[in-house]
Design a binder for this molecule. Structure first.
Ligand SMILES: *[C@@H]1O[C@H](CO)[C@@H](O)[C@H](O)[C@H]1NC(C)=O
Ligand SMILES: *[C@@H]1O[C@H](CO)[C@@H](O)[C@H](O)[C@H]1NC(C)=O
Ligand SMILES: *[C@@H]1O[C@H](CO)[C@@H](O)[C@H](O)[C@H]1NC(C)=O
Ligand SMILES: *[C@@H]1O[C@H](CO)[C@@H](O)[C@H](O)[C@H]1NC(C)=O
Ligand SMILES: *[C@@H]1O[C@H](CO)[C@@H](O)[C@H](O)[C@H]1NC(C)=O
Ligand SMILES: *[C@@H]1O[C@H](CO)[C@@H](O)[C@H](O)[C@H]1NC(C)=O
Ligand SMILES: *[C@@H]1O[C@H](CO)[C@@H](O)[C@H](O)[C@H]1NC(C)=O
Ligand SMILES: *[C@@H]1O[C@H](CO)[C@@H](O)[C@H](O)[C@H]1NC(C)=O
Ligand SMILES: *[C@@H]1O[C@H](CO)[C@@H](O)[C@H](O)[C@H]1NC(C)=O
Ligand SMILES: *[C@@H]1O[C@H](CO)[C@@H](O)[C@H](O)[C@H]1NC(C)=O
Ligand SMILES: *[C@@H]1O[C@H](CO)[C@@H](O)[C@H](O)[C@H]1NC(C)=O
Ligand SMILES: *[C@@H]1O[C@H](CO)[C@@H](O)[C@H](O)[C@H]1NC(C)=O
Length: 739
């Protein structure tokens, strides 16, 4: 044996031996064996010729054999923790090779048990450790430990070392127990993993460890509980609280009276304890919790509060009473003013209104507050002869502004009382709601903007005030023209002048003034809206706010002396706060035509003619444009234009015409032959008396003035443009001088 060993050492040092090239096979190649169990391993060689083979081991070794090809290492009860058998074969040339057998000796633990770091119950929230002790386990190879909380895995840990002998192993689990952990079982489970060839043994669980956690009492529903005596006149107070250890209970009434200190949690109340507020305190060594029970006889009815009508200046008291036990708290909701005072009396409240005014009109709500339940009743106060006002004030009061401008309007409380009672305020602009007191008038808005400020006040509720906005726009243009007529006008004929005011708003506040020769015309004309923005709209109605076209018409009838009269119109927006500059039209100059007027003073209806002496009939006529003069005979034959010279008796007609009309004048020419001898005789007698003296002068004079002109002096002419037609006739005698 010693020889073999020495040889083996030599071989190792020469480095010639490789175990895998050693022609021996172990079956099984490695063993896992329980301490004390039998074990056997066959070692076989593939060599046909060898010197010998055998097992070398502290237990169960064999001598070297040469006749058989298999040697068995076998131990009836393996009681060594660490053993390393070697199978060797010695070949013919004294070369030896060998193979080690890996033997794992294991042992199940004696006990697996849990120990707390401290004995006794744990306190909720405290820091503790649980220890899992594994006694006498071998080997501690790939040892895994699992912690269970009930069935739930809470932690896993592994441990590994090379020691083959049995060991005591401890695993620690730090814990902070909670209320929920009370009564929970904790277990630890150990498992050895010895590889595929190892035994498949079920893990070993410790005995369960029962957690006992102490925690302070708590109520499932900690909110105050109301017990209504109307429902049950012997109410049950269930004060059951959850706590460990079992809490003890103490019931204290609102009067301070200690009702009980017991372990029972349910109390049945009956008089004389009733009613009131009860505090039930559940306590244990961990702490305490208190639950409030309100045993109430709630108010069912508000009495004596009635609608009231007051005279202005009179006083009255509203009463609000309600029975409840314990006594309720009374509140009033109303429009609070300086002349109202609230007082409290046993079982009720009084509201005094002194010297009532319109501000006292409103709803007065008495609220009876009782624990978690309120009841209320409303009384309406009216003041005779007074109307309630919506106490809001809009600044500015109204708005007149050019369209397109921007500004803001504020709606606020009108009095200090109002601000005290105001609950909310908003604007309604058209269909839109603007929250808050301020409304910013925007640039592109409706022309017809309907704005309203709506506020809510206690006691009054919602009330509103309308707000008027007037957008204005001055006219784009103002045009004047005569209507249905062009050119000059005929005197004393009625015409219409129209003034067109384009794109102006609001039409309701438009005034149109007419001026004639810079003097304001009495006739302000009649307005008519022509430029309607929507076709189906009634533009004549007063409601239109958007820009429209407007026409004003006046009737004019001019005298002939009003030729070249100047007309103009002026459009002015008459607005309350603003007065935009007026818009004026240009001056319209009007020409006046009139029909001819024959001046009959100049042309008598009867004109004498002396035989042999032609007479020139001058027909003068005034008219615009200048009239044409024509003479007609009685038979209607046109005899002359302009002047007419007649030599015989007859009826002649002067027809003066212009575009406006005509005027005729009839002249009767009378033949004056009969008077001639008489005149001649008178003349002859006179001649006879003074012929001698004045013969010479008389003859010269008569020769030179054979023909005389008959005419009226200075016919009145129209200085401006009047044309006068003249006609004249010769008189044989100086008649005017004689007559
Ligand atoms: C070893 O060999 C013997 C004889 O052939 C056999 O009975 C036995 O089962 C073998 N043992 C092993 C572990 O193979
Ligand atoms: C430990 O267990 C793992 C997984 O089962 C295995 O792969 C590993 O070889 C084992 N280690 C030992 C030393 O047995
Ligand atoms: C394991 O614990 C037991 C009991 O305390 C003891 O008798 C034994 O010697 C311990 N084993 C080791 C390896 O410490
Ligand atoms: C009191 O309350 C507890 C928990 O809320 C409940 O379990 C118990 O049955 C109640 N007792 C009575 C008498 O109502
Ligand atoms: C009952 O508890 C409340 C708070 O929960 C406390 O305000 C009240 O004073 C207590 N009443 C009595 C009678 O202890
Ligand atoms: C309220 O009070 C009046 C007068 O006291 C009584 O007639 C009425 O029945 C009461 N209503 C209720 C609901 O209790
Ligand atoms: C409106 O109320 C405000 C504050 O709420 C106050 O400062 C203001 O004076 C009140 N206006 C009037 C007109 O009383
Ligand atoms: C006032 O009370 C009457 C009923 O009493 C109610 O109809 C009305 O809406 C109330 N008004 C306000 C503003 O609260
Ligand atoms: C427009 O005219 C009416 C009556 O002519 C007047 O009441 C109103 O205040 C005027 N509007 C404005 C904005 O001035
Ligand atoms: C005068 O003249 C106008 C225009 O020529 C004519 O229409 C009218 O009939 C005349 N009048 C008379 C009485 O002849
Ligand atoms: C007509 O002529 C006379 C004399 O010239 C004059 O006094 C008178 O004013 C004239 N009448 C008219 C209407 O022109
Ligand atoms: C008619 O007579 C007047 C006066 O004698 C004269 O001025 C005028 O020119 C005459 N008209 C015509 C057309 O001859």
């Amino acid at each position: 044996m010693w020889r073999v060993r020495a040889m083996f050492l030599i071989l190792i040092s020469s480095g010639k031996l490789l175990s895998n090239s050693c022609p021996i096979e172990l079956s099984p190649s490695s063993v896992v064996v329980r301490f004390g169990d039998p074990v056997s391993v066959n070692c076989t060689t593939s060599l046909d010729e060898f010197e010998g083979m055998g097992w070398e081991a502290t237990e169960g070794g064999t001598s070297s054999k040469r006749e058989i090809k298999m040697v068995t290492w076998s131990v009836a009860s393996l009681k060594t923790w660490s053993i390393q058998p070697i199978c060797y074969v010695t070949m013919s040339d004294y070369v030896q090779c060998q193979q080690n057998l890996e033997v794992t000796v294991y042992k199940m633990p004696d006990t697996v048990s849990i120990w707390p770091s401290l004995t006794g119950p744990m306190e909720a929230g405290g820091l503790y450790q649980l220890q899992c002790d594994i006694r006498n386990i071998a080997p501690v190879r790939n040892l895994s430990l699992t912690w269970y909380r009930g069935n739930e895995i809470i932690h896993t840990e592994t441990r590994d070392n090379d020691i083959a002998t049995p060991q005591n192993e401890s695993f620690n689990l730090p814990i902070t127990p909670e209320k929920d952990d009370d009564g929970i079982q904790i277990q630890c489970e150990v498992q050895m993993n010895l590889g595929i060839s190892g035994p498949q043994w079920t893990p070993i669980k410790s005995e369960p460890f029962d957690m006992v956690v102490y925690y302070p009492p708590s109520f499932i529903s900690p909110l105050p509980e109301i017990l209504d005596l109307a429902v049950d006149d012997k109410p049950i107070l269930n004060c059951t609280a959850d706590g460990n250890p079992q809490p003890y209970y103490r019931l204290v009434s609102s009067a301070g009276y200690v009702e009980a200190t017991e372990t029972k949690a349910v109390f049945r109340l009956s008089s004389p304890l009733l009613p009131g507020t009860y505090n039930c305190t559940a306590a244990n060594r961990m702490g305490s919790a208190t639950k409030v029970f309100i045993v109430q006889n709630p108010p069912k009815n508000i009495t004596q509060l009635e609608d009231t009508e007051l005279e202005v200046g009179s006083s009255s008291t509203l009463k609000c009473f309600s029975e409840a036990n314990p006594p309720p708290i009374f509140h009033w909701d109303y429009y609070k003013t300086g002349n109202v005072e609230v007082t409290y009396v046993a079982g009720g409240s009084l509201l005094h209104i002194k010297k009532a005014t319109d501000v006292n009109i409103g709803n007065y709500t008495c609220i009876v507050a009782y624990a978690l339940k309120n009841i209320s009743h409303v009384a309406r106060v009216t003041v005779k002869g007074a109307n309630s006002q919506c106490p809001i004030e809009i600044t500015p009061e109204r708005l007149v502004m050019p369209y397109g401008g921007q500004t803001s309007v504020t709606c606020g409380n009108s009095t200090e009382d109002a601000s005290r009672n105001m609950i909310g305020v908003f604007w309604r602009v058209g269909q839109r709601v603007v929250n808050g007191a301020q409304w910013d008038v925007e640039k592109d808005t409706d022309w017809d903007l309907r704005a309203e400020c709506i506020a809510t006040f206690s006691g009054i509720g919602e009330c509103s005030k309308r707000f008027d906005v007037t957008f204005y726009k001055t006219a784009d243009n103002v045009l004047i023209h005569s209507m249905g007529h062009t050119g000059p006008m005929v005197a004393n004929t009625e015409y219409q002048l129209q003034c067109d005011i384009l794109n102006v708003a609001p039409v309701q506040n438009l005034t149109v003034s007419w001026y004639q020769d810079n003097d304001l015309n009495d006739d302000q004309g009649s307005l008519r809206v022509t430029g309607c923005p929507h076709q189906n709209m009634d533009c004549a109605s007063q409601e239109i706010k958007s820009p429209v076209n407007v026409s004003s018409t006046i009737k004019v009838s001019l005298e002939r002396n009003q030729h070249r009269a100047q007309f103009r119109c002026e459009a002015q927006l008459a607005l309350e706060q603003q007065r935009p500059p007026p818009m004026m039209s240009h001056n319209l100059s009007l020409s006046v035509y009139y029909e001819p007027i024959i001046n009959s003073t100049k042309l008598p209806s009867s004109v004498p003619v002396l035989s042999g002496y032609p007479v020139e009939l001058v027909c003068e006529a005034d008219g615009r444009p200048a009239p044409n003069i024509h003479w007609f005979s009685k038979k209607g034959v046109r005899v002359s234009s302009g002047n007419l010279t007649v030599t015989e008796a007859g009826v002649w007609t002067c027809n003066a015409t212009n575009v406006v009309g005509f005027n005729i004048h009839e002249v009767v020419v009378v033949f004056k032959e009969d008077y001639l001898p008489l005149i001649a005789g008178f003349v002859a007698a006179t001649v006879l008396v003074i012929s001698v003296v004045f013969a010479f002068f008389y003859s010269i004079y008569y020769k030179n003035t054979k023909m005389r002109h008959y005419s009226l002096k200075n016919p009145k002419l129209n200085t401006q443009n009047g044309n006068v037609a003249h006609n004249s006739w010769d008189s044989p005698l100086p008649m005017t001088k004689l007559c």
